[in-house]
Write a protein that binds this ligand. Structure first.
Ligand code: SF4
Ligand code: SF4
Length: 565
């Protein structure tokens, strides 16, 4: 048995050496980085050795007998793969203790629980009737470039504290060491941020180590333009007065921002189910979020950004403005909008030009102005004119976005012939952007490549196959304070019942995230607001750019194989 275990440990070590050789191979074309890596390797050569020998290694570890993986049922059963295993092991343990108070309990460590050993230990101590006042440490994922060292310190301290108490920690995931090493390697390399790495690690470990990358707020529900394609304000929709009067409570917003700061959220987007600049608290929201150093972006139609507002936007250091601008010439603007007219087209161009000018005069890099052009039957021939107008404005970036169809705007669906016109004009528009240093956000290419001419869908099978990782990256908070996991109102909880931080870290939210990660298996799972996990919106997913980027990053960094399906 001892020999068998020794062989397994050698295998683990060999895998680790192979992984390091792979790291070295990947750096061969970058000698500067290679030398840095080899230096670090020399300094830290004992680190992996310590980690590997920290616990007995039992890859065939099962949670039969007195072994468990988690301090609550879903975690335990996720790792054991056995429904009901939590109750089973707890009952068995209790029965054993009543006969033999000194019975020992083993905790199996895997990628899904290595960061919450203190909670599992506390649970075990409780089962054993030992009062826990030993101040067990918490795992610190930052700095990610020292994640192995952090884990060693954390696990060692726990080991010391439970010494002699009849609880043993056993490593039973032969990839955990490799996962930590890959993550540490990329953190030290510095080409991807610590926060991004931690979210990718979160997808693998099925744990939210930090808050989402982006929180989107819907602060206000009226719009002064009313585009015909808008899924909130097109003329076919008649909202009740209560919806139109709904505004995001400023104090609730402040509470969320405080939590977001603590959770290391990267940025917020004030999007509106309308034009946010119409809301009298809008600039207070911008100011508060910026005072907490959170990145702030917002959507606007551009019609209300006058001189003073433009100056304050630049002074506040707003990160990005997405301007919804569905036309390249005034006549089409009038056609595509209900309340907009040719005069407003000129006002918007003038406002944005001035905003960009103020930014330049202030020598500021932000805000980045991204022009967003929703494309449908009324403006499908406008791509080149849109690009030229973006150049005139001096925008930083631009994107075309095929219309997201629903019952109220399906009459704007693109015909095959119109799609051909788009494909014909797209390279010309892209060249206009390129020649004028405008960053072309090329998501329309993805939409066109996957476009279903019958339904207008573009993301049907991709996320069914790959799963949806949005639960680690994003959430939407409308003015009813019902937090949604993605753009399509899949409600995970309400902020009048708990704080954002409590909700984000709750077991319910964890469950929703994991269900979406395995989208294909959980299509019929229903959220508390009655919406199914998989519905027609997944077929034209507004979060597809985030999901695709996550997949690309997992692959690029060599982490994809650790995301167990
Ligand atoms: S400007 Fe934006 S919110 Fe207003 S109608 Fe158009 S798409 Fe909708
Ligand atoms: S629409 Fe579907 S695929 Fe897209 S983020 Fe939401 S749940 Fe995921």
């Amino acid at each position: 048995m001892q020999l068998e275990n020794a062989v397994k440990v050698r295998k683990l070590e060999l895998n680790t050496v192979l992984r390091r050789l792979k790291d070295i191979a990947s750096l061969l074309n970058e000698p500067g980085e290679l030398y840095g890596y080899l230096d670090r390797l020399r300094e830290n050569y004992s680190e992996l050795n310590v980690l590997i020998n920290l616990f007995p290694f039992e890859p065939e570890f099962k949670n039969d007998g007195l072994c468990l993986f988690g301090h609550f049922d879903e975690l335990e059963e996720r790792i054991s793969g056995k429904k009901g295993s939590f109750a089973e092991v707890v009952n068995q343990f209790k029965a054993t203790i009543s006969g033999n108070g000194r019975a020992a309990l083993k905790i199996g460590i895997t990628r899904y629980n290595f960061f919450c050993l203190e909670d599992i230990v506390k649970f075990c101590l409780n089962l054993k009737g030992i009062e826990e006042d030993m101040h067990l440490p918490s795992f610190n994922v930052f700095p990610v470039g020292m994640i192995i060292k952090n884990f060693i310190g954390y696990a060692n301290e726990i080991k010391k504290k439970i010494n002699g108490l009849g609880i043993e920690l056993v490593l039973c995931d032969d990839e955990l060491v490799e996962i930590l090493q890959v993550v540490q390697f990329h953190a030290q390399r510095g080409k991807i941020s610590d926060k991004e790495l931690v979210r990718l690690l979160g997808v693998i470990a099925e744990h939210a180590f930090i808050g989402p990358q982006t929180i989107v707020f819907d602060p206000y529900h009226r719009c002064n333009i009313k585009c015909k394609h808008c899924f909130v304000h097109n003329p076919k929709i008649h909202h009740p007065q209560e919806f139109l009067d709904r505004k995001f409570d400023y104090n609730i917003f402040k509470g969320i921002i405080d939590d977001a700061t603590e959770l290391k959220v990267d940025g917020i987007i004030l999007q509106g189910d309308g034009e946010p600049l119409l809301y009298d608290k809008f600039f207070d929201m911008l100011r508060y979020a910026r005072s907490k150093d959170i990145g702030v972006s917002f959507f606007t139609n551009g019609s209300l950004i006058g001189e003073n507002k433009a100056r304050e936007i630049v002074d506040l250091g707003i990160r990005e403005i997405y301007c919804s601008f569905p036309a390249g010439i005034p006549k089409i603007y009038e056609l595509v909008t209900t309340s907009g007219n040719q005069e407003i087209f000129h006002t918007i161009v003038k406002n944005l030009k001035r905003l960009m000018q103020i930014k330049r005069e202030s020598n500021k890099r932000d805000p980045r102005l991204t022009m967003t052009h929703v494309i449908h039957t009324l403006n499908h021939h406008e791509l080149i004119d849109m690009a030229k107008t973006d150049v005139e404005i001096g925008a930083d970036a631009a994107r075309f976005y095929l219309i997201r169809l629903d019952d109220n705007n399906k009459h704007l669906k693109l015909s095959d012939r119109e799609l051909e016109v788009i494909k014909r004009d797209l390279p010309i528009a892209a060249r206009v952007f390129r020649e004028n240093n405008i960053d072309f956000v090329d998501n329309i290419k993805f939409q066109l490549e996957h476009y279903d001419n019958n339904t207008g869908a573009w993301s049907k099978d991709i996320f069914l196959k790959e799963g949806c990782t949005i639960g680690w990256y994003f959430c939407l908070i409308p003015a009813l304070y019902d937090v949604s996991m993605c753009c399509h109102l899949r409600t995970v909880g309400w902020l009048n019942r708990q704080s954002f931080k409590e909700l984000w870290n709750s077991r319910e939210y964890r469950r929703y995230r994991i269900q979406a990660k395995f989208l294909r298996d959980n299509k019929d799972f229903t959220f508390p607001n009655g919406v199914k996990l998989y519905d027609e919106h997944c077929e034209h997913c507004d979060n597809h750019q985030t999901l695709i980027t996550n997949l690309e990053n997992l692959r690029k960094l060599g982490l994809y194989k650790f995301v167990k399906q």
